[in-house]
Ligand binder design. Sequence first.
Ligand code: PLP
Length: 423
Amino acid sequence: MSPETLLKEPSVQAEASLFSSEGFDSYVMTTYGRFAIALERGLGCRVWDTEGREYLDFVAGIATCTLGHAHPAMVAAVTQQIQTLHHVSNLYYIPVQGELAKWLVDHSCADRAFFCNSGAEANEAAIKLARKYAHEQLNISNPTIITAVASFHGRTLATITATGQPKYQKGFSPLVPGFHYVPYNDISAIELAIEQLDKDERQVAAIMLEALQGEGGVRPGDIAYFQRIREICDEKGILLILDEVQVGMGRSGKYWGYENLGIEPDIFTSAKGLGGGIPIGAMLCKSHCDVFEPGSHASTFGGNPFACAVALCVCQTLERENLLENVQQRGAQLKAGLNQLAAAYPNLIAEVRGWGLIVGLELQADIALTSADIVKSAIAAGVLLVPAGPKVLRFVPPLIVSAAEVDRALLAVEEALRSQAVH
Ligand SMILES: *Cc1c(COP(=O)(O)O)cnc(C)c1O
């Protein structure tokens, strides 16, 4: 159907625009490879498509819908705040922004927060803070930030540069200077890099890592690696920045991913799960590295009353409903079930790994089967899953997921694997 027809016939417009390339894709830039379903409603861990088909949502907007869909506490917070005050400006004090910052500080190692709207923006803020700190406190004129191969830090120019994956950088040169990549979980590589960068007058100001690499294939950080990095940072005055955008906010079974590693970062970032699906990001830091002053950094929408009230509701609900315990229990159940599948299909499955409710299932490298194949079978079976790279299937359900729902997701994966094993 041509765009003209769509405009003339509003009754068919709704239907056609949801699916067809002539409809949706002629109006929306095709920056995403989309699965061929259109979602319009959600409740708890379930969503429905425009045909009325129900799906169990083990994607949660990619680790974002902490409390699932239409959670009563969130509905109340959204309704209450939109009726009260939704946006002003950071020209003024915003009480609920202060309350959210206090909750985050009380429940983390940080002393202070800066609010923005997304993970990439939170990481931009962290990068800017680290550079300002390097210039003012460390007297480094050409600071470098070390990041990891296979990391993911966002899609702005600075954050695709920080991201150690060429596929996100391709076509966007010149990239932002001042980054250097090392293999993840490899301590001698990072020690060597720090030494070499020092010699090249590109002194390291900060090391920026994910506590668990999400997009890069659900790869948990190694405890010994992170503890040694913390020591190196302390010895050399280097800042440790952790990108907690995907793994933070309770998903790992603790509030923050770094709690699984027995260390504390100087700076960390949060976004995805923070607002439970309402856009908000935060950069948090310890007071010793807070070199921002009025005018240093800003965001029009960042920390507005609406986003902050919803995020505060998500935080308080996590605590009130004791969701960390649910994450630990359901995560253990999910992992145990996937490990059983790995034992049953050793020719298909290489490894199961993750923390809490961020779990990855890696397929064998030497088979044609991809994570996207399984995702498609699972969709057909009524379960939404998301790949983390071509060979890793990712499970990131809402943190309110039930035991029965975990079982149902496991069943869908088993069916998908069984049909593959037969082929
Ligand atoms: C998703 C993600 C980001 C980017 O977040 P946006 O909100 O899409 O900008 C950054 N870091 C990590 C670890 C992520 O998973």
